[in-house]
Design a protein around this ligand. Sequence first.
Ligand SMILES: [Cu+2]
Length: 117
Amino acid sequence: MRAGVVAAGILLLALASSAHAHSLLLESAPAADALLAAPPPEISLRFNNRIEKKLSTIRLLDERGGVRPLAMLADGPADRLTATVPSLDPGAWRVEWRVLSTDGHVVSGRFSFRVAR
Ligand SMILES: [Cu+2]
């Protein structure tokens, strides 16, 4: 009986996560795989719908996996997540984002960009 309830719960979770009402990343600045002549002053992500900014984050990692602290902006358009970026050295940088959609689903992804030497 209990196992059946758990199985039903897992099935419901699987069905819920297959629905696509949650947030999808439409574009980013810098763009994925961009080669920039100068470090970006900010990282901005635009989604297909409103996100819960307070429960959404952007992480920036250097080539060795070290995390560079970012300041998340609390205001701005509801479908956009933006962080101001400290001055970055040349090289490869990885952006890891994680947002809470208004449908309650957590969506995450990553991409890289490069600052020219
Ligand atoms: Cu969803």
